[in-house]
Each structure stands twice: as C-alpha cells, then as structure tokens.
Design a protein around this ligand. Structure first.
Ligand SMILES: Cc1ncc(C[n+]2csc(CCOP(=O)(O)OP(=O)(O)O)c2C)c(N)n1
Ligand SMILES: [Mg+2]
Length: 337
C-alpha cells in the first residue's frame, strides 16, 4: 500500500474518514451474509437457478464500487452478486429474481447470472465469459460522445482475460481514451482449471502493460488497497484521461457453481483454501476497524443482526412473490418479426 492507515486522528483512521471505513465494511458484510443465506436456503431446492458465489472476493466489489456514483455503469459476470450489492441493488428484488418470480430484477427470466438494474447503473451481467467487457467499452464510448460524465467499470475473471474480446476492448479503449476501468478478479481458476495450467505466467497485469494504460496488480483481499487503486482509476476516467487496468488477486471459497465446497471432489487442494482463509477480507478488515476504534464488537454484532432480519425478509419476499404468467414469456424479448 502506498498510504499508511495505522493511526487515528479524531474520527479518522489516518487518512480515512470513519464513515468510509464503515461503509466498506458494511458492504463486504452485506455480500458475505447474502451469500451465506443462499448457502442456507439452497438445499430446499425451491431456488432453482445456478448460483456462483462470491465469498472470499468481497473486497473487490466493495473497494471499487464505493468510488462510483449511482449513474456510473458496471458490467459483471456469472459471479455478480457482490458487484450488484455493492452498486446498490435491493436484496428483495435479487432474491425474487433468483426464485424466478415476476417482481425480480428480470421478471424472473434471468436468474442469478443475468442481473439487470438500470436504476443503479447495472445494464446487464453476462454469463458469456468476457461478454461484459466490450459492452463496458461501448457505454464508455457513449458517455464520451454524450459528455454525460459517467464512468463504466467492467468486472471479469482471470478466465475472461483469455478471451479475444478482452484484448480488442483494451485496444479500443486506449485508442479512444475512454472512461472505463477494467477490473480483473484473478481468483486463479476458470471453472476447475488453475491458471498455472492455462498461462505460462500467472501475472495477468504483464500481458496488459503493452496496451499503454496504467496497470496495477493489487491484493484483492485488502479492501483499502483495492479502494486506493480504483479511486485513482475512476478519477482518471472521469477526468477524460482514459482507461486503467486493475488486477485484483483473490480467491473464491466455494465451488465454481452452487453452494458447496469443491475440495472433496479433487478440484483444488484444501491447503490452498486454508491459506486464503487466513487472509479473509472481511475478518481482517473487521479486526482493523475494531482495533482502531471505528466501531465496537457490539456495533458489529448489531450490524449483523440488522442484516440478518433484512435477509430473512428478502427470502420471504422472494418465496411468496407471484410467478410470471405463461403469456408473458415473450415480453421484453427482442427479435425480428
Ligand atoms: C464464452 C464462454 N466460454 C465458456 C463458458 C463456460 N464457463 C462458464 S464460467 C467459466 C470460467 C470463468 O472463469 P473466470 O473468468 O476466471 O471467472 P470466475 O468463475 O473465476 O469468477 C467458463 C469457462 C462460458 N460461459 N462462456
Ligand atoms: Mg477465475
């Protein structure tokens, strides 16, 4: 990290305002508890869409999105819950979508992988690996032409950084100095393939450097490191100085898809997870803010209790919401006559 954050001044943990630290923590906690709730309810089998859980990666979504305005755009992937929550999506409407209900974000037609929440700048998340990256470049081009001052952020994984669209998007964004931030969450796996078996060099940032934009690799489990780099990138984009690339090194705790762990199936070594769990983005940051007297442990417990109530309410809402009707199946579907 380039800045120190180890002492206090009044209500700041130098140089950060207390309010910012609490907001970052609260966002990560929301994401963690949302995913844990899905793990709890999923075995009942009334939530039928596939879910790709974000536990372990919370610091990336929280650290980036705190720098964005409601109007700014984000694009995400099959693993999108954290990004949507950090950008402001509503628990109830997310859960209703996951239960396939009419009041969900896509009227029950998208499920977890295909979230759309335009009010919060989420024009779409795509399960097509790498699919969101050129679309973010497209909205950034639109923002430049319309001078609307918006920034676009593309979140994607290490696997997506191996798609052709990724490289084409980087080139065009640099060429046109577009207000876009590329955030690659390198969790070292694309489904069950480790990056060591896919790339001669696991540093994604090195492959991007030649495109001529600021590129940085950060500890994706340290929310303040992510925050600092994202802040610079967003400011740069907003000032019309072009795109940036951030590689966030992190790790997903659950299997690629579904609520279970995948170690017993032989997908990855358990020791690897154990190492990453010691670097839990939430727990470590919680200790940091408590030790710096931003909040007490009781204050944290209160936050957790409030979120637990909200999540129970969202599950009840999702379960009891009306089903879409059969005659609505082609509504909002665009096709040539
Ligand atoms: C174009 C395309 N190719 C393959 C797939 C199948 N697929 C779904 S997720 C995934 C892995 C993606 O890995 P990564 O980008 O690292 O994201 P992560 O799951 O680690 O978050 C693959 C290959 C797909 N959905 N789309
Ligand atoms: Mg990955």
């Amino acid at each position: 990290m380039s800045v120190r954050y180890d002492y206090r001044e009044d209500d700041r943990v130098f140089p950060y305002p207390r309010e910012l630290l609490l907001r970052l923590y609260h966002t990560m906690l929301k994401i963690r508890m949302f995913e844990e709730k899905i793990i709890e309810v999923y075995p009942v089998q009334d939530m039928r869409c596939p879910v790709h859980l974000y536990i372990g990666q919370e610091a990336v979504a929280a650290g980036v999105c705190v720098n964005l305005n409601k109007e700014d755009y984000i694009f995400s992937t099959h693993r999108n819950h954290g990004h949507c929550i950090a950008k402001g999506s509503d628990f109830r409407l997310m859960m209703a979508e996951f239960y396939g209900k009419k009041t969900g974000y896509c009227k029950g037609k998208g499920g977890s992988m295909h979230m759309v929440d335009p009010e919060n700048g989420i024009l779409g998340t795509s399960a097509i690996v790498g699919g969101g990256i050129p679309i973010a470049v497209g909205t950034a081009l639109a923002s430049t032409l319309m001078r609307d001052g918006r920034v676009s952020v593309a979140f994607f994984g290490d696997g997506a950084s191996e798609e052709g669209t990724f490289f084409e998007s980087l080139n065009f964004a640099v060429l046109k100095r577009l207000p876009v931030v590329f955030v690659c969450e390198n969790n070292f796996y694309a489904t069950n393939s480790p990056i060591s078996q896919r790339q001669p060099d696991p540093d994604i940032v090195k492959r991007v450097e030649g495109y001529g934009m600021p590129c940085v690799q950060v500890d994706g489990n340290n929310v303040l490191s992510v925050y600092e780099e994202a802040k610079k990138a967003v400011e740069r984009a907003r000032a019309g100085r072009g795109p940036s690339f951030i590689e966030c090194r992190t790790y997903r705790w659950r299997g690629h898809v579904g609520p279970e762990e995948d170690f017993e199936k032989g997908c990855r070594p358990k020791e690897e997870l154990d190492e990453w769990m010691k670097r839990c983005p939430l727990k470590n940051f919680e200790d940091f803010i408590v030790n710096n007297r931003c909040i007490t442990r009781e204050g944290i417990e209160k936050m957790k209790e409030e979120l637990a109530v909200e999540l129970d309410d969202a599950i009840a809402y999702g379960r009891s919401a009306p089903e879409p009707r059969e005659e609505e199946v082609f509504d909002d579907v665009y096709c040539e006559e």
